[in-house]
Every structure is written in C-alpha cells, then in structure tokens.
Write a protein that binds this ligand. Structure first.
Ligand SMILES: *Cc1c(COP(=O)(O)O)cnc(C)c1O
Length: 369
C-alpha cells in the first residue's frame, strides 16, 4: 500500500489535547491504593440531585425513543426559573458543547477571540477550531479582572469576549459594575460570553450572573452547566441564555439530538431541587473557610475563591508535591496547564475528603522541611 497522505485542517495544528483530572480508578491502579479522593474536577461531592436520579430511573423504559430535539420541557423550566422566554434558551451536551457551537456560529478564520488568562481552556479550543486568533489578556497580579486591559485588547476583528465569573481556575469574579462598564464600551460587533458555571458558590453581593444584562438587551450570552452544583457532570447537560436572535443563530449549527433523553429529564428535575442546591452551596461555603484556616496556619498563599475550588500556591516544588498528593491517594489539579507552575487547584469536597486532603498536605509539607 502507498503511504497515506490525508491532511487534517491546518487550523487543528494549534489544538492541544485536553488534560482532564485523573479518574479515581486510574490512581488506584497506578499506586495500588484503596482509598482515593478526587478533588480535581470541581464536581459536587454530595453526588447528583436525588430528584434527578429518581427521574432517570422512571425514564429508563422509554430509551428506545429519540430525545426531544427541542428540549421543550427543560427549556421551559429554565425559562421559568430565570424569568426569560423559552426561545431565549439553548440546551446543549454540557457547557463545553455550547462553547463549540458559539464558535462555529460566529467565528470566521482571522476573527479574534479575547479571553482572560488564566482561564477555562475550552474558549481557546473553540477559537482555534475555527481558525480564529485567540488573544489572551492576563488577569491582574492578584488574579482579579482588569476591565481596561480587556477593552484594550478588543479590535474591529474581535467577535467574542469570554468572561468567566467565578473564573476557573482562580475563583475570582467580575463585578456587576465591571460588566456594565465592559458592555458600555464594547463595539457593536463583539459578543460577550459570560460563563457562570460556578455562580451558585458566590457570596458577594457585587456578583451578577448576567441574566439581567440579557434582559436589558445587551449582546451577551450567559452560559451555565448542570455539571457542577447540580451534580450531573457524567450525563452532560448545560445551557445558554441570550436574545432570541442570538439563540436562533446558534440553533442553526446544533445537531437535532444533541442532548440525550436522560440528560434532559435529569436536568429538569435537578433545576427544581432547591434543597440539593442549597445544601451543596452551603457545604462549599463552610468548608472553604475551614480550608483557608489551615492554609493560613501552614503559611501557604491562596486566592480567595467565590467557587468550589481554591488555587493554592505551593512554590517551585508544586509539581513534585502534586505527584506526592497523588501517590497518597489525593487527586488535585496541577497548575502547569494554566501557566501556573507553582500552584495546584483543589476542589472543595465533603468534610471527610477535605480532612484527608489537609492531613496529606501536612504530611507532605513536614517531610519536605
Ligand atoms: C465545568 C465548566 C464548564 C462546563 O462544563 P460541562 O461539563 O461541559 O457542562 C464550563 N465552564 C467552566 C469554567 C467550567 O469549569
């Protein structure tokens, strides 16, 4: 046979493979461990909404049917909760799919996408996929947003400005007045994507999830996921909220059955499970304070977080310490992927999981000294 010469698109050369948090089974196998806690992917340690599980069980006998291509029931529940029209909602196979669909809808080769740095990697992926130029704007030294720097990066080619609030992996937020300022100064051809995956864990009254700005008619799409506080990461569902015009454009690139039947049913049940959301958010807020206390006691620097994870500075040995955590059965995320080689990001778990994390942290640090 002759040598194959099937060329992939040039744009794909820029795409780096996604490196997910290590799964529990892999670390168990690799290190011969029984007890492993995963604090690496910002999942809900309390598990899925019990109401969602019940709804899934009831729906199983209907799996021979195609899902609702328009996700009517779920969209109406989301619309009801946010007090917008169902036509302003698009439901997707996780928030990740929405980012890809937005990219496919709005980006031409040569367009520009502005993203904060460090932030969630999927924005860059979407830009690269479409051959757009991705312009990164560093957060300030304390990892807060700097409005002026973001606006300075916007040009006549900027199609999308991504804002992640609370930002992954820093946990910092963009305030309502900062967002207002951005929206007021942005040129008419620039769409803002506000990623609010972690909005439920915010305590600050300065925070906005952006829905008020959608209602006021600004060109903004608010992104939300069922993977975090609702505890449904494994079933893949998320959504966007924007003007009908923006939603209709994105619907053109959506596959009809992008959200599976169980995901739709689970999300529709979870969004009404206020009890599960409240308990999950409260756990995070309490445990966040407890973790801060231990970090302070150990003299470690961290970024105050509005989210269910904390960016922790471990110094030049962070990569080695990350490996040691893993060898002791605690999976956290190493900051190297975000250009933060001195940091790890730790997801806030159950009190027991956090105890194990803190015990391991003490052990590792004391053997280092
Ligand atoms: C987890 C996450 C998402 C969405 O994740 P999906 O599981 O694809 O819904 C979106 N944005 C950020 C910042 C996230 O951390």
């Amino acid at each position: 046979m002759t040598k194959q010469k099937i060329q992939s698109r040039g744009a794909l050369e820029k795409i780096k493979p996604y490196s997910p948090g290590k799964p529990i089974w892999e670390v168990q196998r690799e290190f011969g461990l029984r007890t492993v806690v995963k604090l690496a992917s910002n999942e809900n340690p309390l598990g899925p909404s019990p109401r969602a599980l019940e709804a899934i069980r009831e729906a199983l006998p209907e799996l021979h049917r195609y899902p609702d291509a328009q996700a009517i029931d779920l969209r109406s529940k989301i619309a009801n909760k946010l007090q917008v029209l169902p036509e302003q909602i698009i439901v997707t196979n996780g928030g990740d799919e929405l980012i890809k669909l937005i990219s496919e809808t709005f980006l031409e080769p040569g367009d520009e996408v502005v993203v904060p740095e460090p932030t969630f990697g999927e924005y860059e992926f979407g830009g690269n996929l479409m051959g757009a130029a991705v312009i990164s704007v560093p957060l300030k030294e304390n990892y807060e947003y700097e409005v002026e720097a973001l606006l300075r990066a916007v040009t006549e080619r900027t199609k999308i400005l991504y804002l992640c609030s609370p930002n992954n992996p820093t946990g910092t937020i963009l305030s309502r007045s900062q967002l207002q300022q951005i929206l007021d100064f942005l040129p008419k051809h620039t769409l803002v994507v506000l990623d609010t995956a972690y909005s439920d864990y915010v305590s600050s009254s300065e925070y906005t999830d952006g829905v008020e700005f959608v209602k006021a008619g600004y060109p903004l799409i608010m992104l939300k996921t069922f993977s975090k506080v609702y505890g449904l990461a494994g079933i893949r569902v998320g959504y966007g909220v924007a003007s009908q015009e923006i939603v209709n454009s994105i619907l053109k690139v959506k596959e009809p059955f992008n959200v599976n039947a169980l995901a739709q049913i689970a999300a529709a049940a979870a969004i009404e499970d206020d009890d599960h959301v409240t308990r999950s958010a409260q756990l995070v807020k309490q445990e966040r304070q407890r973790l801060y206390g231990v970090f302070q006691e150990l003299g470690l620097r961290y970024i105050e977080s509005s989210s269910n994870f904390i960016l922790l500075e471990l110094g030049t040995d962070a990569s080695k310490l990350y490996q040691e955590f893993m060898a002791k059965g605690v999976i956290v995320r190493y900051g190297g992927t975000w250009g933060l080689p001195k940091h790890v990001r730790v997801t806030i778990g159950t009190p027991e999981e956090n105890d194990m994390f803190m015990k391991t942290l003490r052990e590792i640090l004391s053997s280092q000294r």
